[in-house]
Design a protein around this ligand. Structure first.
Ligand code: NAP
Length: 482
């Protein structure tokens, strides 16, 4: 099956922070792939901007070097690379200064969509937004793209939203959560709302519980001091896990349109019950392989969590009594992200006790190999009595899409093209971000007030024992991280 590529309109995209890590590792490779696959039109223009004083040729050379480092081996030497680099331009601009803006204005066209990617520290968002206006560069239909962290609590998120709102309408602001750009996350919506099979069962009557896991193998080494100021709750739960929870739990939107989808997600966050301390496990990795969070964080008395597991309830009719278990952590046994919906057992078994009981499980894997897997119960093949086993109905993209699967677009590829198309469906709205902080803040404040100390867990393990107990006490088990 060969996927269809629909070219976007010509555009002007300015990447502030065009020399930074995110631009080199994610944004520019994503744009290159869209160009290579014919989605970026010939007269699209990308202008990198940062303080570094260099000309466009030097910038193109630095991007060439970034590609040598960050493109896949199979993409190296692609003849499309030089043609792509011809689309790049560069301007030295200090977000806090007044130089370079009139040159930027001179380069922007009036008749194509314009987008400004703020790939810089959030403290510069205000200065950029203001200057784009005072220098008469941003049109009324301009789009700006901003990255996480979107605040570190409700107050700072509100301040950041207000800074942007002073110059841009909400319809112009694209807050990236790259998890939403993943093919499987969108497939979760396709599975739920494009089939008649699942939605009637998608509720507390049939769903026993849901597990959402984002496990990382790497530790915080290298950026430990920075990470120590946030921790897993701020870094992962408030944004990525919350977004996955929303898409899993939300009501069907009336249409697959930005505000219809985001209204439903917001209702989920607002319906979250407060979480009791006993329903949260915080951990720090330690132990084997010389790994220690405290050493990586360079803070021997740190109480920041590198792991968190939370049991939560959504207070509405659909989910009353069905817990959602969220967990995320660094230095776990494997890198694996998935949403797993555990359905209830059949209400009554017609088979002998020897046959066993099985329940259906639907898992949506985000990484490493994206795909959806539904386990259904069948009879164990062969003679003899009736024994039940579960087998996968597997929708792994690699099998379903054949050789094209390797080219499942990276999340950034889809999201940047959505910015150009002006489609905000997969971007977080300001009120969603604020509602997530409003839920997160009291939990973090509780830890601070109680001087809560994370438990330790073995680096390379599945997480703390206490997190296993969180499930065991409910008669459930985490799915193996693999
Ligand atoms: P970075 O590597 O430190 O790059 C920062 C960029 O901003 C550089 O191009 C820098 O170039 C430019 N810059 C700094 N001060 C400036 C100023 N006053 N005016 C204009 N440009 C300025 O940071 P990054 O990792 O790319 O991250 C960029 C943003 O994305 C941050 O908000 C970060 O939190 C977020 N983010 C990054 C990642 C990631 O994987 N890297 C992931 C998620 C979110 P000059 O020094 O030459 O000006």
């Amino acid at each position: 099956m060969v996927s269809r590529v629909i070219p976007v309109d010509p555009f002007d995209l300015v990447i502030f922070g065009g020399t930074g890590d995110l631009a080199r590792r994610k944004i520019l490779p994503a744009l290159f792939r869209r160009f290579r696959d014919g989605q970026m039109p010939e007269d699209a223009r990308i202008i990198g901007a940062a303080r570094k004083d260099q000309d466009a040729d030097a910038y193109r050379q630095s991007v060439r070097e970034a590609f040598a480092e960050f493109l896949r081996p199979s993409e190296q030497g692609d003849p499309a690379m030089e043609a792509f680099l011809d689309h790049l331009d560069y301007l030295p601009i200090d977000a806090m200064g007044d130089g370079g803006w009139s040159e930027l204005k001179g380069k922007m066209r009036d008749d194509v969509p314009q987008a400004f990617y703020f790939s810089v520290a959030p403290s510069l968002f205000g200065a950029l937004a203001e200057r784009l206006h005072t220098h008469g560069i941003a049109r009324e239909d301009a789009r700006i793209v901003v990255e996480k962290p979107f605040g570190r609590d409700l107050g700072s998120a509100q301040a950041l939203n207000a800074t942007l709102a002073a110059h841009f309408d909400e319809t112009q602001i694209y807050r990236i959560d790259h998890y939403l750009g993943k093919e499987t996350v969108q497939n979760l919506m396709a599975v739920r709302f494009g089939n008649v099979l699942f939605e009637p069962l998608w509720n507390a009557q049939y769903v026993d519980h849901v597990q959402i896991t984002v496990a990382e193998e790497v530790g915080v080494g290298g950026r430990g001091a920075y990470y120590d100021k946030s921790g897993a709750m701020r870094d992962m739960v408030q944004n990525h896990l919350m977004q996955l929870l929303c898409l899993t739990a939300m009501e069907p939107p009336n249409r697959f349109e930005p505000d219809a989808v985001r209204d439903e997600k917001l209702k989920v966050i607002r319906a979250l019950d407060p979480v009791a301390p006993a329903d949260i496990v915080r951990g720090q990795y330690n132990g084997a392989k010389g790994a220690s969070y405290l050493e990586d964080a360079e803070a021997s008395d740190s109480r920041t969590e590198s792991y968190i597991a939370i049991k939560l309830h959504i207070a509405n009719w659909r989910w009353h009594g069905t817990p959602f278990y969220l967990r995320t952590g660094k230095r776990l046994k494997a890198r694996a992200s998935e949403i797993v919906v555990h359905f209830k057992e059949t209400p009554h078994s017609i088979f002998d006790e020897d046959a066993g009981r099985r329940a259906n499980v639907l898992s949506i894997r985000l990484q490493p190999d994206e795909g959806i897997d539904l386990r259904v119960t069948i009879k164990e093949p062969g003679p003899g009595g009736m024994r039940l086993v579960d087998v996968p109905l597997d929708m792994t993209f690699a099998e379903a899409l054949g050789p094209d699967a390797e080219n499942v677009p990276d999340a950034y590829e889809r999201l940047i093209m959505d910015v150009i198309r002006g489609n905000q469906t997969l971007f977080m709205r300001g009120d969603e971000v604020e509602a997530a902080w409003a839920w997160t803040d009291p939990i973090i404040a509780g830890w601070r007030d109680r001087n809560d100390k994370p438990v330790t867990y073995e680096a390379g393990s599945s997480g703390p024992e206490e997190a296993l107990m969180l499930m065991h006490r409910d008669g459930r088990r985490w799915r193996e991280i693999a």
